[in-house]
Design a protein around this ligand. Sequence first.
Ligand SMILES: NC(=O)C1=CN([C@@H]2O[C@H](COP(=O)(O)OP(=O)(O)OC[C@H]3O[C@@H](n4cnc5c(N)ncnc54)[C@H](O)[C@@H]3O)[C@@H](O)[C@H]2O)C=CC1
Ligand SMILES: O=C([O-])CC(=O)C(=O)O
Length: 239
Amino acid sequence: MKAVLVRRLSSVDQELGDGVLVTDNEADFLGVDVDLVVEAAGHGAVQAHGVNVLQSGRDLIVVSVGAFCDQSLYEAVWAAAEKAQRRIIVPSAAVAGLDRIAAGAQGRLDSVTLTTRKPVAAWRGTFAEEVVNLDTLTEATEVFKGTAREASRTFPESVNVSAALSLAGVGLDETIVRVMVDPDLDRNTHQIEAVGQFGKVSIQVENTPSKKNPKTGYIVAMSVLKVIKGNASPLVIGI
Ligand SMILES: NC(=O)C1=CN([C@@H]2O[C@H](COP(=O)(O)OP(=O)(O)OC[C@H]3O[C@@H](n4cnc5c(N)ncnc54)[C@H](O)[C@@H]3O)[C@@H](O)[C@H]2O)C=CC1
Ligand SMILES: O=C([O-])CC(=O)C(=O)O
């Protein structure tokens, strides 16, 4: 048996088949015998269910990792995971190189920066609309520069990568983030630079936007799938 926790049953328009409980009730959801829960719903969902999922004895894959800009939430899920001896798993999702930066963080890390650039369509309904007119923009324009903690608060729906990178490297208050709206792009692009005792890494990823939600891309679901398959495979690669 598997289960999907939704906010409104009326919003479920797909037939998920036998063996899948679709529910809006957390207790019923947690009553289903699974070992792993995937959060792919937003900061509010991590806030509402993260601790309970871990306390109930499941590992938790968190995609909306920017939720951890709330330090008290981060500490609460960490404590719940430790007590239940379960894990909070942050997949690479929309970026690459978290494995390498986390390895580099075993020694001295001097700086980690992220520049996120996305096409205009990705920024509709976000804070970017308060900074620029998306309808008349003709060239790449910076709409935010600051720490990953501020970036995660400012763009809860589209710069979660900054928080994932922070957890891998120098933390939410030391990771520097720039956010650009770029009318010339057709892919969601993240440029990562990290420097430290290990050397230097410079990574650019270009994600094909999802048709349903251009803020994000197909690679995110693929990354979660890779983690789930890795959990049941004799070979674990790219950690
Ligand atoms: N770590 C990373 O690299 C990335 C993280 N994300 C984050 O992952 C999350 C999901 O992304 P998308 O699928 O693109 O977003 P989406 O907005 O297309 O879909 C989210 C779905 O979750 C539902 N939802 C919201 N709150 C819920 C709750 N409390 N309980 C149950 N369902 C709830 C919504 O109704 C919606 O159907 C977002 O927070 C997004 O910002 C997305 C891309 C990359
Ligand atoms: O998919 C992406 O490009 C990144 C994203 O939305 C996020 O980090 O929240």
